[in-house]
Structure formats: C-alpha cells, structure tokens
Design a protein. Structure first.
Ligand SMILES: *[C@@H]1O[C@H](CO)[C@@H](O)[C@H](O)[C@H]1NC(C)=O
Ligand SMILES: *[C@@H]1O[C@H](CO)[C@@H](O)[C@H](O)[C@H]1NC(C)=O
Ligand SMILES: *[C@@H]1O[C@H](CO)[C@@H](O)[C@H](O)[C@H]1NC(C)=O
Ligand SMILES: *[C@@H]1O[C@H](CO)[C@@H](O)[C@H](O)[C@H]1NC(C)=O
Ligand SMILES: *[C@@H]1O[C@H](CO)[C@@H](O)[C@H](O)[C@H]1NC(C)=O
Ligand SMILES: *[C@@H]1O[C@H](CO)[C@@H](O)[C@H](O)[C@H]1NC(C)=O
Ligand SMILES: *[C@@H]1O[C@H](CO)[C@@H](O)[C@H](O)[C@H]1NC(C)=O
Length: 510
C-alpha cells in the first residue's frame, strides 16, 4: 500500500507518455533518455475512444447561489484527518492515509477539450458595495533583517517590479530553521530526518529580475500582521506553506494550536501579536463529496457552482485569504452544475461527457472567487497562490519516477509542461475576472505567482526522504521539503502583505 501522496490525489497514476521538456542545458549526469520531463502531463490519457466534451456553458448560471448544506462537512469525519495536538498532530496525517488510500485506480482516459468560454458572471450579486476605509497606513519600525541582510533600499520600484519573474541565486545564509529548531515539520516533509544527504538545495533565494525580494524577517512580519488574520484555503500544499510560515516564525515564537480534534483544518494563534493563521482544507475549493464515503480513491462529485461551506462560511472576518488548488483536480471526478451531472473526468460512464480537468479547474476557481465576493462583510485581500509543478523524472509517480536533482534549474533549462501552463493560464484568467468584479465592491484580489519559480526547483521535493526506506512508499515529488524552497513563499508573502498594508498595492500581476 502506498502511503505517500496521501493527501494529494493519485493523479500521477494516470500519467503516461511523458513529454520531454526542453531540457536544453542538461548535460547533467542523467542521460537524456531518463529525463522524462519535469512533471509529465498526468492527463495524457489515451484520447482514442473518448467523446469530445461538449460543455454547454454558454447558458447563464446563477452567479451566487448558496448550496443547501445537507452533507456533513467533508472534513468532519474524513479518515485522513488527524486530531491536532502539536507537535505530534502535525505529522500524523500520513499514517491514516495508509489505511484509506488505494492508489491503484487504473482509469486512464480523458479527452482534451477546450475550456468553454464563460457567460456573464455578474448577475445575481447580493453584496453591497464596500466603501473603502480610509487608508490604513501601518508604519513598521525598521528592524534589522536578521535573516538575509538584503538591503531593502535596493527593492525596485514597487509599482512596476514583477516579483515573480526571476531566478534562484545562491544564499549561503539559508536555511533559517532546522528540524530541531522547528518542531512542526510534518514527518514526510522532514527530509533531513530521513537522511537526505545533500543540503545545497536549502541554499538559494529567489531573485526577481527587476528588484530584490527581501528574505523573510519574522520580527518584521509579526509586526506587519499584528492584529491580523490569514486563512490558507486549499490542499496539502497550502498546509505545506503554512508550516513553512510557522517554522520561519518559530525563530521568534510558536503559535498556540487551537485546532479542533478530528479536524483537518488548522488554527493557530499568536497571542502576543493578536495574529492568527488558519488552514481550511478545501482541495477542490467548491463543494465536493465522495461517491464512496469509505474510499478516497473513488471519484468525487464536484458541485462546480456551489460554495464549499467548510471555508466560505468561516473566512469572512479574515484579513487575508490565500487560496490555492491543484493536484486533486487530476482525480476521477463527476461534475455537477445546478445539481445536474454535466460531465466527468476519467469516469467509467460512457454516457457521460468527458471533460478535461481544466474545465473543473476553471469553474472551481470562479466559484471560489465568487464565494468570496459574495461575503458581504469580507473586507480582506484575496491572494491566489498559483500552481506549483511537481517534478517526476524517469518514470511516472508509481513506476519509479523520482526527483533526484540537487540544484535548481536555470530558467533556460526547463519549460513548464503544457498542461501546467494551461492551468496557470486559467488561474490568471479567473483572477482577472475576480479582480474586475471584486473592484466594484472594493475588494482586492492579488496574484502570488509561484509557478515559474517552483518549476525551477526539481531539487526541493522529499523524493525518497519523506519516509524510511523500509516503508513501501513512492517517491514524493509533489510536496516540498521543510526547510526548503517554499520557504521563499513566505518571502513573497511578506512582501505582498507589506505592499497591502502600506497600500502601495498597485503592482503588476502579469
Ligand atoms: C543557461 O543560462 C545560464 C546562466 O544564465 C548560462 O550559463 C547557460 O549557458 C545557459 N544555457 C543555455 C543552453 O543557454
Ligand atoms: C436548475 O435546475 C432547476 C430544476 O432542476 C431548473 O428549474 C432551473 O431553471 C435550473 N437553473 C439553471 C440556472 O439552469
Ligand atoms: C492494481 O492493478 C494491477 C494491474 O492493473 C492489478 O494486478 C492489481 O491486482 C491491482 N491491485 C489492487 C489492490 O487493486
Ligand atoms: C484545456 O485543455 C486542453 C487540452 O488539454 C487545451 O487544449 C486547452 O487549451 C486547455 N485550456 C483552456 C484554457 O481551455
Ligand atoms: C533532524 O534531522 C536529523 C538529521 O539532520 C535527524 O538525525 C533527526 O532525527 C531529525 N530530528 C527530528 C526531530 O526530526
Ligand atoms: C482568527 O481571526 C479571524 C478574523 O478575525 C476570526 O474570525 C477567527 O475566529 C480567528 N481564529 C482564531 C482561531 O482565533
Ligand atoms: C448512464 O447509463 C447508465 C446505465 O445505462 C444509467 O444508469 C445512467 O443513469 C446513465 N447516466 C446518465 C447521466 O444518463
């Protein structure tokens, strides 16, 4: 039984016919033949006998419709949820997955289908426009940056600097915590614990082309977020990110864990700063349900036009919502709109229209953003953290695929796999729609675009160092080691929040 990708979908199992990325400069030891792409398209199903999708999406849909919630929240009794008692809770979800996850789904089909263009999204608004409150300029006393020593004055023009295009450059001062200074690292992302021999992958920072991205400074960050709250909404990579944040902050202090037992969601409070962080488990962002309550490998039903109450009813008062989603959309899923089955992905019913995942991906983000816009009292900032590619090479996830590199790519050494690039485009498109709509209500939607940066980090995954060699687990090339490259996500986050808090927020998002 595979334990590893417990809380990511088993999408990799459907990966085949990997595509060779243009790995131009890879004179590295691996022979070209074994370099099967940086994340080969997991949806290269055999399109042969699959009907083309005929989505009828031009019909107007209700803009904001609340589902009647008649199901238990997904999180409430789902077997992969763990009780929460730090530090042990933080590393426990793998174990449960062991008993629930059968990754042997052999469905291998799907058909590429262009995602339909969308109808008018603006009908049915229910919220009242929010008056922008007077500019709240919080002055942060300059604290020397103990972490990186990067000169803030070198920060480029905030109005124009694109943080997200750049390259990884050496940073001998990293990492800023270890598995002994931060208790919270999940076992299966605690790569050093499992004997990862190389440490150079820890010693990089992100350098945007046009400016510097300051290294995360826990003292300064805590001052900036004093009195604020952050909600992470998404899947295990959202949690991976949240734990990185917690570890970086652990140089100053640990949070109080106020999570409820048996809840996949996490809630932490930094009392001294009246700052709290929550993670809402919502891998599909929209309302979803299992077709088999006891078997997570069975298809999920996605209600693509319905809000997921598990988070949408709880984030209203938060200052920041960081939303992300990805790998779960590769799983076999049934798509519902208006409570009607309209199609599916990798399902067995021949009489149901087959869609690609970019259909559900697009709808899910649109509905999630719409949910946020519909929250009449929400005044916060919504940040879309874009898709972070995985990096299986030499095979698919369950057939020996691995990620054994020990240094980042230069940007001329790799390209984003096509389908990742598609998903990324969908995210940007949906973000723009939300920005436009949100601006009518005084709501800010921001881009947090990690996709390029992370596509350059094949060296940052646990690989086989997320478990003991004796454990029968496939290599993890999806999550990220902690410490590791996603610590840079908090460099970004710090900068994004700083921009918001000083209202110098009109920066480019493309
Ligand atoms: C890729 O970029 C690096 C650094 O900019 C450079 O040294 C190398 O020659 C480039 N390789 C190719 C194949 O262009
Ligand atoms: C949703 O379905 C109901 C009945 O099934 C129908 O009356 C209604 O018109 C549908 N709404 C939309 C927007 O398609
Ligand atoms: C997994 O799939 C293989 C090949 O399709 C089959 O031989 C095996 O019995 C399956 N295992 C389970 C647990 O279904
Ligand atoms: C959706 O998927 C198909 C095939 O993978 C692709 O051709 C299409 O351009 C994708 N993207 C969008 C936005 O429709
Ligand atoms: C931390 O990593 C070291 C190896 O660097 C390992 O020996 C130790 O067991 C790990 N400790 C924890 C608490 O994970
Ligand atoms: C965190 O802050 C938000 C917004 O003020 C609040 O709704 C939520 O209850 C807080 N969570 C905890 C665990 O204190
Ligand atoms: C598909 O066919 C099956 C078996 O004939 C039937 O039970 C099911 O209702 C059909 N589904 C749809 C959406 O037509």
């Amino acid at each position: 039984m595979n334990l590893q990708m417990f809380d990511l979908p088993a999408h990799q199992r459907r990966r085949k016919a990997p595509k060779v990325a243009s790995l131009v400069a890879l004179s590295i030891a691996l022979s070209v033949a074994t370099i099967i792409c940086v994340y080969s398209p997991s949806l290269l199903y055999n399109p042969g006998n699959v009907p083309q999708a005929v989505p009828s999406s031009d019909s107007p849909r209700e803009s904001i419709r609340r589902p009647e919630k008649d199901d238990e929240p997904e999180a409430a009794n789902s077997p992969e949820i763990e009780p929460s008692e730090p530090p042990s809770s933080i590393k426990s979800d793998l174990i449960v997955a062991q008993t629930t996850l059968d990754r042997n789904n052999s469905e291998r089909r799907s058909a590429p289908s262009p995602s339909p263009s969308q109808g008018d999204e603006n009908e049915g608004r229910t919220r009242i426009p929010i008056q922008r409150s007077p500019e709240q300029t919080k002055r942060v006393s300059p604290v020397p940056n103990p972490a990186g020593g990067i000169d803030h004055s070198k920060l480029g023009d905030k109005e124009s600097c694109d943080l997200f295009t750049g390259e990884w450059v050496p940073n001998p001062e990293a990492p800023y915590y270890t598995n002994s200074t931060c208790y919270g690292i999940y076992d299966h992302q605690n790569c050093m614990k499992y004997g990862r021999p190389d440490t150079n992958f820890l010693k990089w920072r992100w350098k945007p082309d046009g400016c510097e991205l300051p290294i995360f400074d826990p003292h300064q960050f805590l001052e900036v977020v004093r009195g604020k709250s952050i909600a992470f909404v998404g899947d295990s990579l959202a949690r991976n990110h949240m734990l990185s944040l917690m570890c970086l902050l652990s140089r100053v202090l640990y949070p109080l864990d106020v999570s409820t037992a048996n809840d996949e969601n996490r809630r932490w409070v930094y009392r001294e700063y009246n700052f709290n962080v929550s993670m809402f488990w919502a891998p599909y962002l929209v309302r979803s349900e299992r077709t088999d309550p006891n078997d997570i490998t069975r298809p999920f039903n996605l209600y693509l036009d319905e809000f997921d109450d598990g988070w949408t009813t709880k984030v209203q008062a938060y200052d920041y919502i960081i939303i992300s989603a990805g790998q779960w959309f590769f799983r076999p899923t049934n798509f519902y709109e208006n409570r009607t089955l309209i199609g599916c992905l990798a399902c067995k019913q021949d009489n149901v229209t087959q869609f690609t995942m970019n259909f559900s991906y697009e709808r899910a983000f649109r509905t999630a953003f719409r949910a946020i816009i519909s929250l009449a009292n929400f005044k916060g900032v919504t940040i879309l953290r874009t898709i972070a590619p995985s990096h299986f090479e030499g095979g698919v996830w369950d057939q020996g695929g691995d990620c054994v590199r020990t240094r980042p790519f230069n940007r001329n050494e790799t390209v984003l796999a096509d389908y990742n690039s598609e998903l990324h485009k969908i995210q940007l498109k949906e973000l723009r729609i939300a920005q436009e709509e949100g601006s009518k209500w005084g709501l800010r939607f921001r881009l947090f675009d990690v996709t390029q940066a992370m596509s350059l980090r094949p060296d940052g995954h646990p690989s086989k160092y997320g478990h003991w060699p004796t454990e029968k687990v496939t290599n993890d090339c999806e999550h990220w080691c902690l410490p590791g490259p996603i610590d840079a996500w908090n460099d970004f986050l710090q900068e994004l929040i700083k921009r918001e808090e000083t209202k110098k927020s009109s920066y480019r998002y493309t």
